[in-house]
Design a protein around this ligand. Structure first.
Ligand SMILES: *Cc1c(COP(=O)(O)O)cnc(C)c1O
Length: 681
C-alpha cells in the first residue's frame, strides 16, 4: 500500500538534502509571507533576506550578514535592529492616517506620539525622533524617567517653526513630574498632562499657580467598552487607570469653578495592547467620540482626541482575531478611527479634533530580529534493538511483535498495546524480574513503536485525540544559546508567540520536529509553542544539525556502538522575529544571563552600514548588579589558590591557569562562546 511506501522513504530516516523541497515549501511552512511582508522573505540560496525599506529599496541576506558579523567577533545571541524598518513603520502609520483623512475628508489632522515604554533604548527613541520630524510626531511618557528621555531627545528647535512637539504625560505623577512637565512648556514643547487620578488635577493646578504657567491638560477616560485579550482589563470601571464619567465631570466642574476650563484640551483612552479584533476598536472609538463631543460642548478649547495604543501586530500571520494576530490592517485601523470621529462630530456639529495615537508595538515590533545558535540536540532514540532472541523476556517479545505489526489500520490500537507493555516492563523491573539491559531493550522498543506510529499519523487527515500529544512527546530538544527570560520574556510570562525559523538551509527539508530549551536551569526556560495558521503548534520543524564526520566516530565496545561527541560542522542559526516591542526591558537576569549584544544596521547606497554596536553585559557587569565586586572575587580566589598551592593540591602552573581563566571570564559575555571564538578575541 501507498502508506507503507511512504514510511520507508520518510524524511526522518534520511538527513540528506531532498531534491523536492523548495523555498516555497519553507515559505508555506513558516508562514513568512503572513507575518514577514514586506520586510522578510527567502532568497534563492535558501537564506532569509531583509528588505528594511519595505517593497522599495535594497535587501540584504541575513545569513551573510550574520557571517560577516561573526568575522568581526560579535558573539551570539545577537539582536539586530534595522533602523530603516522603524522609519518605514512610522511612514506607514502616518501615510495610513493621511490616506484615511483624505478619503473621508476629515477636517483636521493626525499627530501621533511614540510611547517610550514600548522600547526605551536611546538609539531607538533617537531614530524615531529623527525620522518623525516631517510628521510632527511626538512622544508619550508613562513615568518620570520617560519624561526625562522625552525632553532630552525631542529638540523643539529642530522641528517645524510654529509647532511645539507634543509630549503626552501619562502615568503616576508626583509634584516633581508635574513641575518638570509644566516648565518644559517654556522650552518650546507642548506637554499635555493627562489626569488619571483626581489628585493629579489639584496638584497640577497648585503647581501651575506657583509657577505662573498655564498647563495643557487631558483626561484619561475609563471606557465601558470591554477590551479583549490579554490586556482586556485596561478598560471598564475597575481599570487601574483613568477617570470614570462622574470623575471626569468633577474635573470639568472644578476647572470651571476656577475659571480654568480652557486648560483642558485632550481626551485620552487606552483599551490595552495588541487588540486582535477591529470591532473592539470601533466600539471604543464610538464611545470616546461621544465623550469628546460632550466635553467639547461645554469647553470650546477641546482639541485633541488621543486613542491610545492597541494597534496590533500579526505575529502568526493568520490575519485573524486570534490573540497572536489581528483581523485588520493599519489602514483599516486608521479608516475606522477617522470615519467614526468624523461622523460623530459632524452629527453633533462639533469641530473635529486633532487625532493622536500612541502606537508602540506597531512601530517597534518589526525592526528587531533576535539571532541565536543551536548548541546541541537531543533526540529520542527510535532505532529498535538489532535482534530479539527466542529466550528474551516475554514482555520484550511482545513489544517486538507489536512493533512488527504496526500498520495504518491498527496504529491506534497498537499504540495502546505498546504503552501497556512498557508499563508492564517497568513493573517487572521494579519487582526485580527484569535486568537493566532488558529494561533498556523494552524502552527502546517502545520508542521505536511510537516513532512508527507517529509517521503514520503524519500522513493522516485526522489524528485521534489520544495520539495528539505523540508529536510533542517525540520532539527533539534543540538547546539554544539564549535565555528566554532575558530575550523573550513575554514568551515565558504570557505565552506570547513570536515567529521563529532558521535563517538558512531553507532550500532543504527540515526533517526534525523540535522544541527549544534555553540556557537557564529552569524548566520554564523553553519554547514549546509556535505560530500556526489554525492554532498553535507544539513543535517546530527544524533541520538536523550538520556534524563533522571526524567528531562523529563511533567506538566499538562489546559489540555496541557508542556515539562520541559530535562537533558541529556548521553552526545552525535561528531567528526570532518581531521582537522589537517590550521584550528587552522586561527581560531579567535569571541565572545571570545578561543583556545581549545589539547591532544597529542602516541601509546606505553601498549596502548596509553598522550604525552602533551595543555590547552585551560581561560576567563582571552582571555580577556587579547583584553587588559582587570583581576585585574582591579575584582576591579571594587568589588566596584560595595560594593555600592549595602550599598544600600541594595544585601545581604552580595549574594555579596560574585557574586564576587567569577566572580573571578572563570576568570580562567575557555571559552566554556560551565557542573555543574558536574565544581564541580570536
Ligand atoms: C502601553 C501603552 C501604549 C502602547 O500600546 P501599544 O499597544 O504598544 O501600541 C500606549 N498608551 C498607553 C497609555 C500605554 O499604557
Amino acid at each position: 500500500m501507498k502508506e507503507t511506501l511512504q514510511l520507508e522513504t520518510s524524511p526522518l530516516n534520511n538527513s540528506k538534502k531532498t531534491s523536492t523541497w523548495t523555498i516555497e515549501n519553507s515559505e508555506n511552512l513558516y508562514y513568512i509571507k503572513g507575518w514577514g511582508e514586506p520586510y522578510f522573505s527567502i532568497n534563492a540560496a535558501g537564506h532569509i533576506t531583509v528588505s528594511p525599506q519595505g517593497d522599495l529599496g535594497v535587501s540584504l541576506d541575513l545569513y551573510e550578514l550574520v557571517q560577516s558579523l561573526k568575522k568581526r567577533n560579535i558573539s551570539f545571541p545577537l539582536l539586530i535592529r534595522f533602523s530603516d524598518i522603524l522609519a518605514d513603520r512610522l511612514a506607514r502609520l502616518n501615510a495610513s492616517f493621511d490616506r484615511a483623512i483624505a478619503r473621508y475628508n476629515y477636517p483636521n489632522k493626525y499627530q501621533g506620539v511614540y510611547p517610550i515604554k514600548c522600547n526605551q533604548h536611546r538609539h531607538i527613541v533617537e531614530t524615531i525622533v529623527n525620522y518623525s520630524k516631517s510628521y510632527q510626531f511626538g512622544l508619550e511618557a508613562g513615568s518620570k524617567p520617560e519624561l526625562m528621555i522625552a525632553l532630552a531627545t525631542l529638540d523643539p528647535s529642530l522641528i517645524a517653526p510654529n509647532y511645539a512637539p507634543i509630549i503626552i504625560c501619562n502615568g503616576y505623577k508626583d509634584p516633581a513630574y508635574i513641575k518638570t512637565a509644566i516648565l518644559a512648556t517654556q522650552l518650546g514643547y507642548k506637554p499635555i498632562i493627562v489626569i488619571e487620578q483626581l489628585e493629579e488635577l489639584f496638584l497640577t493646578l497648585e503647581i501651575s499657580k506657583q509657577l505662573g504657567i498655564e498647563p495643557s491638560l487631558g483626561v484619561r477616560a475609563k471606557l465601558s467598552t470591554k477590551g479583549s485579550g490579554r490586556w482586556g482589563n485596561s478598560t471598564g470601571d475597575r481599570a487601574k487607570f483613568g477617570l470614570t464619567i462622574p470623575e471626569i465631570l468633577t474635573v470639568v466642574e472644578y476647572l470651571k469653578s476656577e475659571e480654568n476650563l480652557h486648560y483642558l484640551q485632550l481626551l485620552h483612552f487606552h483599551i490595552g495592547s495588541q487588540i486582535a479584533s477591529i470591532s473592539v476598536i470601533k466600539d471604543a472609538i464610538r464611545e470616546a467620540s461621544q465623550i469628546y463631543i460632550q466635553l467639547a460642548k461645554v469647553n470650546p478649547n477641546m482639541q485633541y482626541l488621543d486613542v491610545g495604543g492597541g494597534l496590533g501586530v500579526d505575529y502568526d500571520g493568520s490575519k485573524t482575531n486570534f490573540y497572536a494576530s489581528k483581523n485588520y490592517n493599519m489602514q483599516n485601523y486608521a479608516n475606522d478611527i477617522v470615519a467614526e470621529v468624523k461622523e460623530s462630530c459632524e452629527a453633533a456639529n462639533i469641530e473635529a479634533p486633532i487625532l493622536i495615537s500612541e502606537s508602540g508595538r506597531a512601530i517597534a515590533a518589526h525592526h528587531s530580529v533576535l539571532i541565536f545558535d543551536v548548541l546541541n540536540t537531543n533526540d529520542v532514540c527510535t532505532t529498535p534493538p538489532e535482534f530479539i532472541a527466542e529466550n528474551d523476556n516475554l514482555i520484550i517479545r511482545n513489544l517486538w511483535q507489536t512493533y512488527e505489526s504496526i500498520d495504518v489500520k491498527n496504529y491506534q490500537e497498537t499504540y495502546h498495546d505498546a504503552i501497556q507493555f512498557k508499563e508492564e516492563a517497568i513493573s517487572l523491573f521494579n519487582f526485580g524480574y527484569l535486568s537493566l539491559a532488558e529494561r533498556a531493550k523494552a524502552e527502546q522498543l517502545y520508542w521505536a513503536c511510537c516513532q512508527k506510529i507517529l509517521e503514520i499519523t503524519r500522513h493522516q487527515d485526522y489524528v485521534p485525540d489520544d495520539l495528539e500529544d505523540l508529536e510533542k512527546t517525540m520532539a527533539s530538544i534543540y538547546y539554544i544559546n539564549l535565555s528566554v527570560f532575558q530575550s523573550a520574556p513575554d514568551s515565558w510570562a504570557i505565552d506570547q508567540l513570536f515567529p521563529i525559523m532558521p535563517i538558512h538551509r531553507l532550500d532543504e527539508e527540515p526533517t526534525q520536529r523540535a522544541i527549544l530549551a534555553d540556557l537557564t536551569c529552569d524548566s520554564d526556560g523553553k519554547i514549546d509553542q509556535f505560530i500556526d495558521l489554525r492554532d498553535v503548534k507544539s513543535v517546530l520543524e527544524l533541520h538536523r544539525l550538520k556534524t563533522l564526520e571526524s567528531g562523529h566516530h563511533e567506538t566499538q565496545s562489546k559489540g555496541k556502538k557508542i556515539k562520541n561527541e559530535t562537533k558541529m560542522a556548521e553552526p545552525y542559526y535561528l531567528g526570532m522575529f518581531l521582537v522589537g516591542a517590550y521584550q528587552e526591558i522586561m527581560g531579567n537576569l535569571h541565572n545571570l544571563f545578561g543583556d545581549i549584544n545589539v547591532i544597529h544596521i542602516s541601509m546606505s547606497t553601498k549596502g548596509y552600514e553598522i550604525e552602533h554596536l551595543v555590547k552585551g553585559d560581561t560576567i563582571k557587569e552582571v555580577l556587579s548588579y547583584v553587588q559582587y565586586d570583581a576585585e574582591a572575587l579575584l582576591e579571594s580566589m587568589r588566596q584560595r589558590t595560594e593555600k592549595a598551592l602550599q598544600d600541594h593540591r595544585l601545581t604552580l602552573e595549574e594555579s596560574q591557569q585557574l586564576l587567569q581563566d577566572y580573571e578572563e571570564n570576568l570580562n567575557h559575555y555571559t552566554y556560551l562562546v565557542s573555543d574558536q571564538e574565544k581564541s580570536k578575541s
